[in-house]
Design a protein around this ligand. Sequence first.
Ligand SMILES: CC(C)(COP(=O)(O)OP(=O)(O)OC[C@H]1O[C@@H](n2cnc3c(N)ncnc32)[C@H](O)[C@@H]1OP(=O)(O)O)[C@@H](O)C(=O)NCCC(=O)NCCS
Length: 338
Amino acid sequence: MAMLSRVTYSRVVAQLSRTFVISLRTLHGGDRKGCLRIRPTTADDYDGVVSIRDDINRGFDYIPGTYHELLKYNTGYGGFIDSNLVAFLFGAVIDDGRTIAMQSGRVKRGYEGQGITSEMKEHCLMNLSKTATKSVIVISSQNTYNCLIEKNVQLLCKMERLAFSASRQSLYGQCSTRGETSCLKRADSDFMKNLFLDPKTTSVMFPGNRIVIRGTPYDLVTSNIDRIMCCSDQILVSRRRDTDGVNFMSITSTWRCNTTTVLYINLFGERADESIISQHVHMQIARILSSCEENIVLYVTSVMQHHLETIKRVLEKHSWIYLEGLTLFAIEKSFRNL
Ligand SMILES: CC(C)(COP(=O)(O)OP(=O)(O)OC[C@H]1O[C@@H](n2cnc3c(N)ncnc32)[C@H](O)[C@@H]1OP(=O)(O)O)[C@@H](O)C(=O)NCCC(=O)NCCS
């Protein structure tokens, strides 16, 4: 059998993959962005929206479990070609009307790379608000971030997200809500309002003066609090012993995906030892334990690099299996000249 040289082999592979991409586009009608029709989605579009992709977040996509809930305080945009829903995006006006937050963007396989997401974003920016002058989005792709940063976008903050899994059975006896009275308190919207109005504390807790929750970076303005409370199942705070000021906070949201419960914990605070992180994580988990599925996936997000090793150590000690780490980039882009 004739042997191919390494160079010839690479050329053949490159040619074949080009042909494959062209065939895919031809199969789906070539560049069909021009045929894209965009309209707001409703509850009735649920089946279409959840069928767009099944590979998001390692299969633990939050959309199937939270689409209806998110639709209450976001506008869903569906992109249709020949009456098929091929793309989706959530948009919302936040920060006293100054900003459009976009999230949950997705495009059906075979329709990617044709500018459909760019068009969906553009549509959302032009239609959602007359006052907003900037948009925000959180992305998890380093390559996309590298491309965007060359296009005049601003990095608001960078976060690390660690993923773990565990079975419900293995966690029994390890998480308790007993610590609540002594160390941790639940925060309500009045508490959050006072916190946002205290720049000395917020500058330490939230670098860049943003709080990123469920894929949305918010300015620390009190008008965002209702929305933040709606997106959060439980907010816990711990206080400094000496001054009684807040020094650490965890905000959780939960959703179901097939036979798995997904718990998302955002941690905020500059200094935290193993015991503080442990109390927060365990109390957040304890709240869901009696009602969750047997499989649990946990995401823990922090902007503080130095917390990551502690988080891993705490969770691995308590039966959690570390799956992967991912960097998230919260970015802002101006889109209207003032
Ligand atoms: C990421 C994805 C939505 C891109 O869709 P696409 O139609 O191929 O994108 P386009 O051809 O329009 O490419 C460029 C646009 O997509 C954006 N984009 C590309 N990758 C992205 C990513 N991982 N996250 C967010 N936006 C992304 C680019 O910023 C660009 O938008 P801009 O014009 O505002 O700069 C699509 O590949 C997809 O569905 N992937 C799986 C789901 C996913 O990872 N979603 C991101 C979560 S926000």
